[in-house]
Design a protein around this ligand. Structure first.
Ligand SMILES: NC(=O)C1=CN([C@@H]2O[C@H](COP(=O)(O)OP(=O)(O)OC[C@H]3O[C@@H](n4cnc5c(N)ncnc54)[C@H](OP(=O)(O)O)[C@@H]3O)[C@@H](O)[C@H]2O)C=CC1
Ligand SMILES: O=CCS(=O)(=O)O
Length: 253
């Protein structure tokens, strides 16, 4: 059976992807920090497919290297890595942001993604043709907006790291994609606003954001493309989201 390692499987895109890949019979390696949520997924999906849960913080390089070194043979070689764990913090302007929030985004979205990728690469290369690394980038990695600061920059890293990985992986058969969603309704905004449910509800109210299942469907599509096809970047927005005009600072009259 093909196997997929999903980081950040306890919520949002990662959780929806666990269900999507399980539906197709894939073996699952699910990670996140919230153990009780991982156990609930294992209880629910474990009767359909092989499920291994790893309670891990992607910022802990040693724990990740150790865990991936000791994967059961039945889950190897690894068919797909979904680098999904990530977060935005501090929607306010740069000059008002606490430095630790910038560090948390860099440590999670950049260092965490690099930690997992480094540990998983040998397992994907062993699989060869048909293996994939699917990285969750964002429209924020391409398009600037107020309050995007380090979050957007971290997603620009995800894109360029993926492109550079492709150069190094040429000849191994391992594919790399930057999947870059726009507005999607998950726990993302609750995390970004540090638990402000009203602010999260307000952002998604009166429009039609992407849902986690929309992204899970794209992840499954990418992972099951013919082995000779690599989509380098896939940007997806809800129909009801688009760009705005440039902002201009004007004299007060
Ligand atoms: N929702 C959106 O509008 C968009 C989101 N994205 C990106 O998609 C990805 C998933 O986001 P989404 O599903 O929306 O958000 P959620 O907040 O719903 O899910 C985020 C997941 O990441 C995990 N996570 C966060 N920090 C860590 C960490 N240090 N170690 C391990 N796991 C961690 C969380 O698990 P736990 O807390 O249990 O550790 C959780 O499972 C992120 O990379 C995000 O930047 C991209 C574009 C749009
Ligand atoms: O990555 C998340 C989407 S947005 O909040 O930057 O538009």
């Amino acid at each position: 059976m093909p196997s997929v390692l999903i980081t950040g499987a306890t919520s949002g895109f990662g959780r929806a992807a666990a269900y999507r890949f399980a539906k197709a019979g894939w073996s699952l390696i699910l990670t996140g920090r919230r153990e009780e949520r991982l156990k609930a997924l294992e209880d629910e999906l474990g009767s359909q497919v092989e499920v291994l849960t790893l309670t891990l913080d992607v910022r802990d390089a040693d724990a990740i290297a150790q865990a991936l070194k000791n994967l059961p043979e039945a889950l190897l070689p690894l068919t797909c890595l979904i680098n999904n764990a990530g977060l935005a913090l501090a929607p306010e302007p740069s000059q008002k942001v606490a430095l630790r929030d910038w560090h948390t985004m860099i440590d999670t979205n950049i260092t965490g993604l690099v930690n997992v990728t480094h540990a998983a690469l040998p397992l994907l290369i062993e699989h060869g043709a048909g293996a994939s690394i699917l990285n969750l980038g964002s429209v924020a990695g391409q398009w600037p907006y107020p309050g995007g600061h380090v979050y957007g920059a971290s997603k620009a890293f995800v894109q360029q790291f993926g492109y550079n990985l492709r150069c190094d992986l040429l000849g191994t058969g391992v594919r790399v994609t930057d999947l870059a969603p726009g507005m999607a309704e998950t726990e993302f905004t609750l995390v970004r606003t540090k638990g402000d449910q009203a602010a999260s509800d307000a952002l998604y109210r009166g429009t039609t954001p992407l849902q986690a299942e929309d992204i899970a469907e794209q992840l499954f599509y990418l992972a099951t493309l013919p082995a000779h096809v690599n989509i380098n970047r896939l940007e997806i927005m809800p129909v009801r989201q688009a760009w705005s005009p440039f902002a201009v600072d004007r004299d007060k009259t």
